[in-house]
Ligand binder design. Structure first.
Ligand code: NAD
Ligand code: TDX
Length: 356
């Protein structure tokens, strides 16, 4: 164990961003030990990690961040110096249907991790607790303005309220106990391995199967989209060069209305599937009842991470979306596998509720 330069606990490493991060870190840093702790909820899948599962610097532990004795055992066994905390319930619609799991995992789970880090890190030299969070903690913007690191928290959904609470606990442990922490708040990610309940993979999956595409309200809400690999690169930089106690906003400089995203996906997917005329799949679009408390617009000011750490998004949306559509078309086995089982019931119920 001591032969590793760093010993990193990644939580939620079988989910969308987590698996992209684990795949990237395990390959880029053979001298770092990456221990991935994941409960494997509906959103976590070990097939996302096939490329690295036998790597000598990678370990997987199936477990829950609510299991305090497991956390204690893992810290004792591996002597972690870094925590990259991504495990969370992450889907806003699910948080509206049933908030409790969001409180348990996102709030209590985060506090459990903070407590165990605090216990095992009496000497904080070289240690870091890094919480990967969301721009949704800042609430909703009108037609102008951007979120900066100084924007006041104003979460609107049970999901964003739970992430805001966890961010507050992370900062409280920095101020109260001197735990070395960093938080980053990122905008909407897209790319390989995103669970097909989120707008982009859901739309691609529905186009493939000629199913209705639900667009909430009039489709005019705006999100700032970032290719997941750019987010992972930002996390890598922040982990190595970010300053203790600081917050970094991460965004794609890429604001789009939901309807623009969906129409673009129809065009690219039609092109790749050879459907004619290109754009014919737009006939699948259905405007449905709006999401309760639907945040109007998110936009991120990336000035701090750009000037301090030299990070900016590298993948343009046009390029990222083509890579993403191609990935889902190539990996229909993946789509099939992750949408079987318990997910089916959720999906069928959601469609029924929306009259689709
Ligand atoms: P995801 O839902 O795809 O993955 C979450 C992972 O956490 C899954 O593998 C799941 O099994 C695991 N998990 C859930 N509860 C757990 C528990 N109690 N114990 C252990 N593991 C558990 O989520 P994602 O989209 O990859 O998001 C990862 C993190 O990044 C989250 O904290 C999310 O809030 C944050 N984030 C996401 C986005 C985005 O656009 N997806 C943007 C900004 C921030
Ligand atoms: O079927 C849909 N139709 C639709 O119009 C879905 C699933 C979504 N939408 C809209 C709602 C949002 O305005 O599309 C936009 C994107 O929705 P989601 O993919 O559910 O993402 P969002 O709610 O913006 O939250 C995401 O980004 C921030 C992630 O799920 C969070 O985990 C992350 O923190």
């Amino acid at each position: 164990m001591d032969s590793f330069e760093k010993k990193i606990l990644v939580t939620g490493g079988a989910g969308f961003i987590g698996s992209n991060l684990v795949n990237y870190f395990v390959k880029k840093y053979p001298d770092y030990l990456i221990v991935n702790l994941d409960k494997l909820t509906y959103a976590g899948n070990l097939i996302n990690l096939r490329d690295v599962e036998n790597a000598p610097n990678y370990r997987f532990v199936k477990g829950d961040i609510l299991d305090k004795s497991l956390l204690d055992k893992l810290f004792g066994q591996y002597d972690f110096d870094t925590v990259l905390h991504l495990a969370a319930e992450s889907h806003v619609d699910r948080s509206i249907d049933s908030p409790d799991d969001f409180v348990h995992t996102n709030v209590t789970g985060t506090v459990n991790l903070l407590n165990v880090a605090r216990k095992y890190w009496p000497n904080t030299e070289g240690k870091l607790f890094y919480h990967i969070s969301t721009d949704e903690v800042y609430g909703s913007l009108g037609d102008t303005g951007k979120f900066t690191e100084k924007t006041c928290y104003d979460p609107h959904s049970p999901y964003s309220a739970s992430k805001a609470a966890s961010d507050h606990f992370v900062r409280a442990y920095y101020h109260t106990y001197g735990l070395p922490v960093i938080i980053s708040n990122c905008s909407n990610n897209y790319g390989p391995y995103q669970f097909p309940e989120k707008l982009i993979p859901l739309t691609i999956n529905n186009i493939i199967h000629n199913k209705p595409i639900p667009v909430y309200g009039r489709g005019e809400n705006v999100r700032d989209w970032l290719y997941v690999e750019d987010h992972v690169r930002a996390i890598d930089l922040i982990m190595h060069q970010g300053r203790n106690g600081e917050t970094y906003n991460i965004g794609g400089n890429n604001e789009l209305k939901n309807i623009e995203v969906v129409e673009k996906l129809c065009e690219v997917t039609d092109e790749f599937l050879g459907r004619s005329p290109i754009g014919i799949s737009k006939k699948l679009i259905r405007f449905v009842k709006d999401r309760a408390g639907h945040d109007w617009r998110y936009a991120i000011d990336i000035n701090k991470i750009k000037t301090e750490l030299g990070w900016q998004p590298a993948v343009r949306f046009d390029e990222g979306i083509r890579k993403t559509v191609q990935w889902y078309l190539d990996r229909q086995d993946w789509l099939k596998q992750v949408t079987s089982g318990a997910y089916r019931n959720y999906y069928d119920k959601m469609y029924k509720n929306r009259g689709l």
